[in-house]
Design a protein around this ligand. Structure first.
Ligand SMILES: [Zn+2]
Ligand SMILES: [Zn+2]
Length: 395
């Protein structure tokens, strides 16, 4: 291990107690997407205490530069919480009713603050600049990443590569799960409205049967994945809600459905939006009713660049151990880090947070999720170490 990396892991281990305090403060004071005003203030106070200059971006986002030189690598953490009522029973549980850091963005923010402190300590030895990005609104469309890119986050200085991480309840603390290629999917929201003429159930000939049309539509939509997809590429269409009717003897005027469409191929994604509209229209017209679908485009698929991914893997093996790296099995989750990955080489890895001796943790977005805080020093070291390794490779 290079002296720099040894220094990084020692430093991050020694600051674990501080990181725990920071994380608990953020955890206790969660704020919803794009409303992270106090969180942003807290982040900026911490940066100020470390002697790091920063600037605000997209209102609640914060940007800081450490080091100097033209070559620039970025590290990103998301800072927002979810509209979930916490049920962990922790003494530092959320003070904000109905809002919880159930996706671990409190951990992400803390680890990036930790990385910033480590990098500030070795600033004069850096072979370039590290851009530290605290990003708002990952959990809500259009996604903070797209806003920050619009506001020039990847320019001045121009960013050559970006790294980010997410806590991962499926793996134990001390594990980094990573993979190159498409590791997460695009996610589009689907909202259908089927409208007909309601009638007495005993007189179906006097109106329309929106219930049967909706049932047929759910079945027909399955062909999007089974008949219009290259079977070697992942894709998914799930109808997740169906609402209509209120009596056993009346056909309703209207049925509403909701669902999600996920893909990792932009061309297929675009074509399938048309196909979903066509299937909706054709199925409904069979029943003489009007069917409409609103497609709300979500985040694109997340692509991990093979070269930057190698750097992250190498860093994990050096900082932790050779067997600390696991192959991340691609998921059809979505993450707005994908917007950065569309612009520049990027790698997003998953940080194990399952404490030793516990076989299963609740998943992300669960009201009872309790991540292992020991992972904080590992994640901080991984961010700082990856940035150092990226800059030293290019010197
Ligand atoms: Zn989330
Ligand atoms: Zn998240």
């Amino acid at each position: 291990m290079s002296d720099n990396l040894k220094n990084i892991i020692n430093k991050s281990e020694s600051m674990l107690n501080d990181l725990v305090q920071i994380r608990r403060h953020i955890h206790q004071n969660p704020e919803l997407s794009f409303k992270e005003f106090l969180t942003a203030e807290f982040i900026r106070d911490n940066l100020r205490m470390m002697g790091i200059n920063y600037k605000a971006i997209a209102e609640t986002g914060t940007l800081a530069l450490i080091g100097n030189g033209e070559r620039c690598v970025a590290l990103r953490a998301d800072i927002d919480a979810l509209p979930i009522q916490e049920e962990t029973g922790l003494e530092f549980a959320s003070k904000n009713s109905g809002v919880m850091h159930a996706c671990g963005h409190d951990m992400h923010t803390t680890m990036l603050l930790g990385a910033a402190r480590i990098l500030k300590g070795i600033e004069s030895e850096l072979n370039g600049t590290v851009k530290i990005i605290f990003q708002p609104g990952e959990e809500k469309l259009p996604g903070g990443a797209s806003k920050l890119i619009e506001e020039g986050v990847l320019e001045n200085p121009k960013v050559s590569a970006i790294f980010g991480q997410h806590i991962f309840p499926e793996e134990s603390t001390g594990t980094i799960s990573v993979n190159s290629g498409y590791i997460m999917a695009s996610a589009d929201e689907l909202y259908w409205t089927l409208k007909g003429k309601g009638t007495h159930a005993a007189q179906p000939h006097l109106g329309n049967d929106c219930i049967m049309a909706a049932s047929q539509l759910v079945m027909n939509l399955q062909t999007v994945v089974t008949k219009y997809r290259n079977p070697v590429k992942p894709g998914l269409l799930s109808v997740t809600a169906i609402h209509g009717g209120s009596a056993p003897n009346v056909f309703p005027d209207e049925v509403k459905l909701m669902g999600t469409f996920r893909a990792n191929d932009e061309e297929w994604r675009g074509k399938m939006h048309d196909e979903i509209r066509r299937i909706t229209n054709d199925t409904c017209s069979l029943f003489g009713i009007k069917g409409e679908v609103e497609i709300v485009k979500g985040y694109p698929a997340l692509y991990n660049n093979p070269e930057t991914t190698l750097i992250a893997e190498k860093t994990a093996k050096e900082l932790l151990s050779k067997d600390s790296v696991e192959v991340f099995e691609p998921k059809l989750w979505a993450e707005d880090f994908a917007y950065y990955a569309q612009k520049i080489p990027s790698t997003f890895w998953f940080l194990g947070i399952r404490p030793k001796g516990i076989s299963e943790l609740p998943p992300l977005h669960n009201s009872k999720l309790i991540p292992d805080e020991k992972a904080l020093s590992i994640g901080a070291a991984m961010l700082a170490g990856t940035a150092v390794n990226f800059l030293s490779i290019g010197k």
